[in-house]
Design a binder for this molecule. Structure first.
Ligand SMILES: [Zn+2]
Length: 359
């Protein structure tokens, strides 16, 4: 009798062991990802959807849905995005600069009005507002500006943008500007930050606008790190050591950003992520960049900035409705719930809350 009992126990233990050792199926991972997204807060720190939603120059065909709508975000378990008002770099004379300022102010007002006109979205500036919106089932819009050309020649425009609720400004775009050198301009620049640029960074610090160094040259990034009192963010960039694109960050920049408490938000733009043919660049390649930053400086310094509607999107995560596939990939790589919580939004909310809310 005793032997039978022992045998039975051994048998039960063997079966239990086999069950525990069984790899979760794709469906299991998807179920876990759904649960994770319900219990954490997720933010994409860069999209250019405002450009498509507001369609200022009629550059999108009527009725095109693009990669980011509030519906797609809800479907993908994405709670918030930084919607950037983008202005391309034009001539730097007074009148062209003034035109850029007027354009951005108009677009910003239009994006705010659009958000406020919707029942399924609301503006948010700090973590308490983001969480409150999620609780009532509403998607959050955090306002940003891509390209400091939007400031023009008048630094006081920063105060205007802050009062209008802007939380982050990308210092430059693909060409040098009055603030700093771009990583993709082949002409000689200022060697990093200009004198005006230094004043801009200081004013952004004092106003509570996050300094975004995506697109900036290495010299620009290192000089911003020297003078910024607050952590800085690269809202949509990759890792140079993983793929040698001028838009990606060197280890020195990543270490510098992390040492100051800042963030490297991994982009989903294929040519920044990999030199493979585009149809082969997937969430896996994106996760390789995320792993790299995590291993170099820690999970507290990495997140995601898709650049949807601005060139972003990989196989498996083609639009905002498919954000969970990145979570599935990270779960397969052993990321814990705590790590996913920081990665998806905890880190960025920490930075948002370092600055005070505008009145
Ligand atoms: Zn960009």
């Amino acid at each position: 009798m005793k032997t039978t009992k022992t045998l039975l126990l051994v048998l039960i233990l063997c079966v239990a062991n086999q069950v525990a050792a069984k790899e979760p199926s794709e469906k299991d991972y998807e179920k876990i990802a759904v649960r994770v997204h319900k219990s954490i807060f997720s933010i994409d720190t860069h999209n250019d959807a405002a450009l498509r939603i507001l369609n200022p120059k009629g550059r999108y065909p009527a009725g095109s849905t693009g990669q980011v709508t509030f519906d797609l975000m809800q479907k993908g378990g994405l709670d918030a995005s930084v919607f950037a008002i983008f202005v391309s770099q034009g001539a730097r004379d007074d009148s062209s600069s003034a035109k850029a300022v007027t354009y951005v102010k108009e677009q910003l007002a239009a994006m705010k009005a659009y958000t406020q006109s919707r029942g399924d979205a609301a503006l948010a500036q700090i973590s308490a507002e983001l969480k409150r919106n999620k609780k009532r089932g509403v998607t959050s819009v955090v306002l940003g500006i891509e390209n400091g050309y939007a400031i023009g020649k008048d630094i006081d425009n920063l105060g205007y943008y802050r009062r209008e609720g802007v939380r982050m400004i990308t210092l430059c775009h693909s060409k040098h500007n009055d603030i700093c050198d771009s990583s993709t301009d082949t002409l000689a620049g200022a060697g990093g930050l200009t004198e005006f640029g230094k004043a801009v960074v200081e004013r952004m610090n004092s106003l509570g606008i996050i300094v975004d160094v995506s697109h900036a040259s290495k010299n620009s990034v290192m000089q911003v790190l020297q003078i910024s009192k607050y952590p800085i963010v690269a809202s949509h960039s990759g890792v140079y050591a993983v793929n040698a694109s001028p838009r990606n960050l060197s280890d020195e920049e990543i270490r510098g950003i992390a040492a100051k408490g800042g963030l490297v938000q991994i982009v989903s733009l294929k040519s920044y992520l990999s030199s493979k043919p585009k149809e082969q660049v997937s969430v896996k390649e994106m996760a390789d960049h995320i792993d790299y930053v995590k291993n170099l400086v820690g999970i507290e310094h990495v997140g995601v900035g898709t650049d949807f509607d601005g060139g972003g999107g990989v196989v498996g995560m083609e639009d905002a409705s498919k954000m969970r596939s990145l979570t599935v990939e990270l779960l397969k790589r052993g990321y814990s719930k705590r790590e996913l919580k920081l990665f998806w939004g905890g880190n960025f909310m920490r930075i948002l809350d370092m600055y005070k809310k505008s009145k």
